[in-house]
Design a protein. Structure first.
Length: 70
């Protein structure tokens, strides 16, 4: 697994969690999804864009790198 795919997945999770937590905080009704506890919803829902980012990064063709001369 390339570092850029891992970094993009972590960034997607942190950004999604922050945005969903902010959304829950400013809503009158903090329930994002009815079957999840209020505190867990941003963390669980953030897994969707994280998984999408990870799978798309993993499946994308990568350009070959030229050997570096040392």
């Amino acid at each position: 697994m390339e570092k850029k795919v891992t970094a993009a997945s972590v960034a997607a999770y942190l950004a999604s969690t922050g945005l969903l937590a902010a959304l829950a905080a400013v809503q009158d009704d903090a329930r994002l999804v009815g079957w999840l506890p209020d505190g867990a919803a941003p963390f669980v829902l953030a897994l969707i864009p994280t998984a999408t980012t990870f799978v798309s990064g993993w499946a994308t063709k990568h350009s070959p790198r030229r050997p570096t001369s040392a």
